[in-house]
Design a protein around this ligand. Structure first.
Ligand code: ZN
Length: 480
């Protein structure tokens, strides 16, 4: 490959607020179409927008977390264009005074750190959604304005990424940060998080940027990575043939895995931005910035480091635990209330809790086993053994009951009474004289067989350590 790839990303994240950006309409996803609208978000004449303070605070928090310089003075602008999902024929956005500028996100790719610069972070409103009932044979489209006016944060990077690995790492880091600070639910399947990529190629060593292609509305990380891979090969083929890459906007066709031309530069919109006259400009006081900064929690990178340094969890495990803020909270809660080693708790969470969450397609916030319940189970594990502990764990999830009461109810406590065990051992030896004889002749495997038979007889409840001791004593005595 004789070209260098230059990639920039724009991210749209719907902000997690109860009501829309400029009116009191509900933002809940998935309601009946056009049931969450009012004259303001429908753009009817004579209405006046009122800004949602929470949405503004979320944007400020995101801009601060992304290390941006905050514009003390900011306002909204009208971005004019016509599209059926945009009832006002303009989108209220920020163009001249973005809330944040010149930030950065640090990512790690193949063990190496890299800084991706953020050009700006700004707040705007969502458009509605077009619904195409083509499947039913209709020759029209419908529009749902429930989404129109939902607060949307746009995060624009510099063209700093050079390959798909960096893009993937950036998207994951950004999503993780937005979830950690609680400003967006980042549900890609509901469109709360979407990406647009700009991709260009240039000869290695060249300082000038090649013609860039913009790809709109990518609603999964997989699609972003696929379109970039596709564009790299499409553009390098053109350049190899001595042809120009056209400056254009393309759409990704996920079904056929190709990008298609949407519009060329000549057809691109002149948005005729001008300051929104219906909203006052804002001065952001330093006090407000300080207060907001104080609400930013510990971020995944430093939390991961702390888990390794202070709790002695392996770096790999710490990475898994801190990927989801609520999973990391769950782990820390367990550590706080338990006498057990963080390593043992982290093993339970990574192996058992995560497996169950994946299988049940749920998340740790809705998980029936609370940290208290998990700790109770880990505490009594030495008295019931590992395999029964797993059984109790699955029973806890099915019933929501505590480990102690399940052990009591199902009579699962480990047998460690030696006289009781000895009685069973005698019986097992009687039934398996050959194995006992084999052991006497030095065949060590025979012991494992006898222990297995005893485990079967006690339904796995015999304490394996005591059992082994008792067997050894009895068999060596009888072979003398
Ligand atoms: Zn409304």
């Amino acid at each position: 490959m004789k070209y260098e790839v230059v990639i920039g990303l724009e991210t749209h994240a719907e902000l997690d607020t109860e009501s829309k950006l400029f009116c009191g309409c509900c933002t809940k996803f998935g309601s009946e179409p056009n049931t969450q609208t009012c004259p303001v978000c429908l753009g009817l004449p004579g209405v006046l927008p009122v800004m949602n303070k929470k949405a503004f605070e979320h944007s400020l928090k995101a801009a601060l977390t992304l290390n941006c310089e905050i514009s003390k003075f900011t306002n909204f602008d009208r971005k004019s264009y016509y599209y059926p999902d945009l009832p006002k024929n303009y989108q209220t956005s920020q163009n001249y005074f973005n809330i944040g500028n010149n930030g950065f996100v640090d990512i790690v790719v193949k063990g190496k750190e890299k800084r991706i610069d953020i050009h700006n972070v700004h707040l705007e409103e969502e458009a509605g959604k077009l619904v195409h009932p083509e499947a039913s044979g209709a020759n029209y489209s419908l529009v749902d304005f429930n989404r129109a006016g939902v607060p949307l944060l746009e995060i624009v990077t510099q063209p700093d990424m050079r390959n798909v690995e960096e893009v993937e790492s950036y998207m994951q880091a950004l999503r993780c940060i937005l979830l950690y600070i609680g400003v967006s639910d980042c549900k890609m399947e509901e469109g709360s998080l979407r990406f647009e990529a700009s991709i260009s190629l240039r000869e290695k060593g060249s300082e000038t940027l090649g013609n860039r292609v913009e790809i709109k509305n990518l609603n999964s990380m997989k699609a972003v990575l696929k379109v970039i891979t596709y564009e790299i090969s499409r553009q390098s083929l053109l350049l190899n043939k001595g042809e120009d890459v056209l400056l254009e906007t393309r759409l990704w066709d996920d079904v056929n895995s190709v990008s298609r031309r949407m519009r060329s530069k000549e057809e691109s919109h002149d948005y005729r931005y001008f300051p929104e006259p219906d909203l006052v400009p804002f001065w952001i006081e330093q006090e407000w910035i300080d207060e907001t900064r104080a609400t930013i929690p510990e971020l995944p990178v430093s939390r991961r480091r702390r888990f390794v340094d202070e709790l002695f969890v392996s770096d790999y495990d710490a990475g898994i635990l801190t990927e989801d803020k609520f999973l990391a909270d769950y782990f820390e809660e367990c550590v706080k209330i338990s006498q057990n080693s963080p390593k043992e708790l982290s093993n339970w969470i990574i192996n058992d809790v995560l497996r169950e969450l994946n299988e049940r397609k749920t998340n740790v916030r809705d998980f029936v086993v609370s940290p208290e319940m998990l700790v109770e189970l880990v505490n009594i594990k030495p008295t019931i053994g590992s395999s029964i502990a797993k059984e109790v764990f699955s029973e806890m999830m099915n019933t929501g009951k505590g480990a102690q009461s399940i052990v009591k109810e199902k009579d699962l406590a480990q047998m460690d009474d030696t006289s009781e065990l000895n009685a069973i051992i005698i019986k097992v030896i009687e039934e398996n004289p050959k194995a006992a004889e084999d052991y006497g002749q030095g065949k060590k495997n025979a012991l494992a067989f006898l222990i297995g038979q005893t485990m079967k007889a006690t339904k796995g409840k015999a304490n394996p350590k005591i059992l082994t001791e008792l067997f050894k004593q009895r068999l060596s005595a009888s072979s003398k």
